[in-house]
Design a protein around this ligand. Structure first.
Ligand code: KG4
Ligand code: ZN
Length: 333
C-alpha cells in the first residue's frame, strides 16, 4: 500500500511516498534555510509563502521518483498540527484538494506522531513498549509508547525546546539559523568544561527547562562585549552549552528507563541528529542494557516519510479525515 505523505508544519516543504508504512520509495525535502537564516529564526509569513510556491513541485517530484501519479497512490497523509498555522494551512489545503480531485482517502497525522514513527522507517524498528524522546525546535518530550496510537507523555519542556535553545544561543553568538548543526560542529573542537553552565534537572519530574541555560550563555556573551575573544572562546561556549543540554536529556531518559523498566529507547526530531547526543545516549543505553533506536540523519529533521509511515497505521485503524480537516497550531499527541 503506497501512501503519499505531506508535511508543511514549519519551514520545510516535504513530500514522500512510503510503501506499507516502512519502505521509503521517495522523500523530498525543500529547505527554506536560505530565507530565514538572516533573521536568526523562522519568519512565519515568509514560510507560508514559500510553502505555496513549493508544495506542488515537491509533491510532483516525490511522485515521479516513486514512479507514480497522484491517482495511483492508495491514500494521502498530511500533517495537520502542531506547527505554524499559516504553514499547516498550505499543506492541509493542498492535501484536501489533491485527495478530492482523485477521490483517494485522506488521513490527518500529528507531527509528533510522525517523529515517533521515524524509527520504524529504519531496518530494525523498536518493539512495544519503548520510550520516545522527541527533541526538536518546537518540542522536547518523553513519551512511553505502548502501541500504535498509544502514547503517555512522561515529561515535557516547561519553557524552551532543546532545538530552540540551540537556535537562540546560536543567534546570541552570531552563528545564524539553524543553530544546532553549527554548535554541534563547533562543540567538537571546544572544551566542555570551559564554562560552568547550569543543568535544570528538576528532581522528581521528567520535565525539562532550558531557559536558564540560555540566560547563562547570554550573561557570558554580554560580559564579553568590547573584549577581544578568540575562536577557542566560541568553541568552549558551544561545547559547554551542548554538554549542559545533553547531560539533562540523557539523565532524564535514564530516569525514565529505570522508572518504567522498558528495554528500548528511540530518539527523534532535529536535535537527535546531534553527534554528541547520539554518542552519550548510546553510552547510557549500553550501561543500562537497553536498545537504542536512532533515525538516520535525514529522518531526524522534518520530513514527510515519517508522516506517511504514521499515516499508514492511522489509515489501517480507519481514521479517515473528512474535507473539514483543519490545521491546529496546538495539537497534543
Ligand atoms: O525536527 P526539526 O527539523 O523541526 C521541528 O519540528 O522543530 O528540528 C529542527 C531543530 C532546530 O532547532 C535545529 O537547530 C535542531 O533541530 N538541530 C540540531 C542539529 N540539527 C538540527 N540540534 C543539535 N544538533 C544538531 N546536529
Ligand atoms: Zn519536527
Amino acid at each position: 500500500m503506497n501512501i503519499l505523505g505531506i508535511d508543511t508544519s514549519c519551514d520545510d516543504t516535504s513530500a514522500a511516498v512510503v510503501a506499507d508504512g516502512t519502505r521509503i520509495l521517495s522523500s523530498i525535502v525543500s529547505s527554506q534555510t536560505d530565507i530565514h537564516t538572516k533573521y536568526g529564526g523562522i519568519v512565519p509569513e515568509l514560510a507560508s509563502r514559500r510553502h505555496i510556491e513549493m508544495i506542488w513541485p515537491v509533491v510532483d517530484e516525490a511522485l515521479q521518483r516513486a514512479g507514480l501519479t497522484l491517482g495511483m497512490v492508495d491514500a494521502m497523509a498530511v500533517c495537520h498540527g502542531p506547527g505554524l498555522i499559516g504553514s499547516l494551512l498550505v499543506g492541509c489545503g493542498f492535501a484536501k484538494a489533491a485527495a478530492y480531485s482523485v477521490q483517494k482517502p485522506l488521513v490527518g497525522v500529528n507531527h509528533l506522531e510522525g517523529h515517533v514513527f521515524s524509527v520504524f522507517l529504519e531496518a530494525q524498528g523498536p518493539e512495544f513498549p519503548f520510550l520516545s524522546l522527541i527533541v526538536s525546535g518546537g518540542h522536547t518530550s518523553i513519551y512511553l509508547v505502548t502501541g500504535f496510537g498509544q502514547y503517555e507523555e512522561l515529561g515535557r519542556t516547561r519553557d524552551d525546546a532543546a532545538g530552540e535553545a540551540y537556535d537562540k544561543v546560536s543567534k546570541l553568538l552570531g552563528l545564524g539559523y539553524p543553530g544546532g548543526p553549527v554548535i554541534d560542529r563547533l562543540a567538537e573542537a571546544g572544551d566542555s568544561k570551559g564554562f560552568d553552565f547550569p543543568r535544570a534537572y528538576l528532581p522528581d519530574s521528567l520535565d525539562f527547562s532550558f531557559s536558564g541555560l540560555k540566560t547563562a550563555v547570554r550573561n557570558v556573551v554580554v560580559k564579553s562585549r568590547g573584549v577581544e575573544t578568540a575562536d577557542e572562546w566560541l568553541a568552549d561556549i558551544a561545547a559547554s552549552f551542548q554538554a549542559a543540554v545533553l547531560d539533562v536529556l540523557v539523565r532524564k531518559v535514564e530516569w525514565a528507563v529505570v522508572n518504567k523498566g522498558v528495554r528500548g529507547v528511540a530518539l527523534s526530531g532535529g536535535v537527535s541528529a546531534n553527534r554528541g547526543l547520539r554518542r552519550k545516549m548510546q553510552e547510557m543505553a549500553d550501561e543500562r542494557d537497553v536498545q537504542l533506536y536512532l533515525p538516520s540523519m535525514a529522518l531526524c529533521t522534518d520530513n514527510a516519510a515519517m508522516i506517511a509511515a504514521a499515516g499508514y497505521h492511522r489509515y489501517k485503524a480507519g481514521h479517515i479525515a473528512g474535507m473539514d480537516l483543519n490545521p491546529r497550531a496546538h495539537l497534543p499527541l
